[in-house]
Design a protein around this ligand. Structure first.
Ligand code: NAD
Length: 476
């Protein structure tokens, strides 16, 4: 589906009208193309005194070929001194593709001032589709209430920057585990913090995260391994995608295959032709199966065992809506939605795990929705199922940590698909614009985010629910 308004505002007449009437001004977002550099310009790095992430961050940026705006300051930083914000050169202020700030050294609210000192001079110096990343320590791991308070405060800064900087700039907070006391993220980071953190930093800087903003991501201590080629981070991985015949699932199959995966694309028999077209297009295989059939989990397990011997990544994407307000909803609508969107995921996980078809290093990734976070009128069944998906992540991630399997979810906001095309015009237009990027996301935005969670390099990311919503106001 196309967003005609967004195309119109890119025209000369559109630009004039938007300016005159103060209408929403959706920027053109930078999206990933293989071979693209991670950023459109140099990165400026900074740190609070006593931060612990200088070395891994400089290592990651160097490996990723990111140009540093102020290499001298970065060298000081890596040597233990806080990096000072780069100065303006005469009248022409330098512009940056990204601003990264290591806030792990902040142990008291008075020290939050260091954030102001770093970001204030650069508030207008970020290039379109720029990136802001603040790194902190999970508050529950902090040894003192004051440090926990200061680290929690980082969320407010990041979410506000996401709303303020504009022109497609996104802002995220990454909490990097320190002691292992964080129940959600698990054991302490191994000695090589850079390896655990690299996939997340690369994803957030790149055009892959175009529609992800205002998020808090936790990087814990699971095992991660860097790929031989960051343009093919899923090389050799067997990936199951449910609901792959169209929409987000079809985009997913394409993105995961592009990144090197062997894709097993699944959908209902009635969508067989579209499913075959998707599978043929990417050199994957198609499985026609209704996930709600009583024998679906065992048939799927047998198929995966006989064809591939395993499944490295399971993406539970299939989903349906059957909207009605609760008072008018018949029991069938309730049952169908809970069964497809939630219970079938549980049944399939149970059988695949019981038969040990998901090996160590495996991934379970579910598609939730911001409706599961915010609730939605007319969607009690859907919101219940999608909140349940978050519960599944919360409960399964710690349980599977010992087996080396990560569990995460993405929660899409307004994505341009057939599902959202059916929403009445006025509600649809509101849904599209009520976010920091003033536009709906594309199926590829959800696919890229799931791709990052699927990478073997992302083993330290578990127990997260990452919204792909352009920082929607709903449920924020
Ligand atoms: P879609 O309707 O275009 O595609 C869903 C696919 O799932 C279809 O191909 C369908 O045949 C398949 N499916 C449904 N029931 C199935 C079953 N019993 N067995 C096997 N396959 C089945 O939807 P979409 O917009 O691409 O959504 C994909 C996922 O993203 C869903 O879980 C949806 O709830 C979620 N989501 C979408 C949006 C959005 O804005 N489009 C927002 C939030 C969440």
């Amino acid at each position: 589906m196309t967003d005609r308004y967004a195309s119109f505002v890119q025209s000369a007449a559109g630009r004039a009208l938007v300016k005159r009437l103060g209408l929403p001004d959706p920027p053109r977002l930078r999206r990933h193309r293989p071979g693209d550099p991670l950023l459109a310009g140099p990165a400026l790095v900074g740190a609070a005194t006593g931060g612990r992430l200088a070395e891994p961050i400089t290592k990651i940026l160097a490996a990723a070929g990111v140009e540093l705006a102020d290499p001298a300051a970065a060298a000081d930083w890596a040597g233990g001194a806080p990096a000072q914000p780069a100065r303006s050169h005469g009248d022409t202020q330098q512009r940056y593709g990204a601003l990264l700030f290591d806030a792990t050294g902040i142990t008291d609210s008075a020290e939050l001032r260091q954030l102001y000192d770093f970001f204030h001079p650069q508030a207008r110096a970020v290039l379109p589709s720029g990136r802001v990343i603040v790194l902190g320590t999970p508050p529950q791991e902090c040894p003192t209430p004051r440090e926990a308070t200061a680290q929690r405060a980082l969320e407010g800064l990041v979410r506000s920057i996401g709303k303020e900087f504009g022109r497609g700039t996104t802002a995220q907070l990454v909490y990097v585990t320190r002691t292992g006391s964080d129940a959600a993220t698990g054991p302490a980071l191994p000695a090589d913090t850079a390896t655990s953190l690299e996939s997340t930093v690369r994803f957030l800087l790149s055009g892959r995260s175009a529609y992800v903003s205002g998020q808090v991501i936790r990087v814990g201590g699971g095992a991660a391994s860097a790929p031989a080629d960051w343009d093919r981070p899923l090389d050799g991985q067997v990936v199951l995608v449910t609901g792959a015949a169209r929409g987000i699932g079809a985009a997913l199959a394409k993105v995961l295959a592009r990144d090197g995966a062997q894709v097993v694309a699944l959908d209902i028999p009635a969508a067989g032709d579209a499913l075959a077209a998707v599978a043929n297009d990417i050199g994957g295989t198609a499985v026609q199966l209704d996930l709600t059939a009583p024998d679906a989990p065992t048939r799927l397990a047998e198929h995966l065992a006989s064809r591939h011997g395993r499944v490295d990544v399971v993406v539970h994407n299939a989903g349906i809506t059957r909207d009605k307000t609760l008072g008018r909803m018949d029991a069938d609508r309730w049952d169908q939605v809970i069964d497809v969107n939630l219970s079938s995921q549980e049944r399939i996980n149970d059988v695949l795990l019981e038969r040990e078809l998901i090996p160590a290093g495996g991934r379970v990734i579910s598609v939730s929705s911001i409706a599961g976070i915010a609730g939605n009128r007319g969607q009690t069944n859907y919101a219940t199922s999608k909140a349940g998906v978050i519960g599944l992540v919360d409960s399964l991630a710690p349980a599977l940590r010992e087996r080396g399997i990560s569990v995460n979810a993405v929660a899409p906001g307004f994505i341009e698909t057939r599902l959202t095309a059916r929403i009445p015009l006025v509600v649809r237009e509101a849904g599209r614009r009520m976010n920091s990027l003033a536009q709906g996301g594309l199926p590829v935005d959800v696919a890229e985010t799931i791709g990052w969670l699927a990478w073997p390099a992302s083993g330290a990311v578990s127990g997260n629910v990452v919204r792909v919503c352009g920082q929607s106001l709903l449920g924020a």
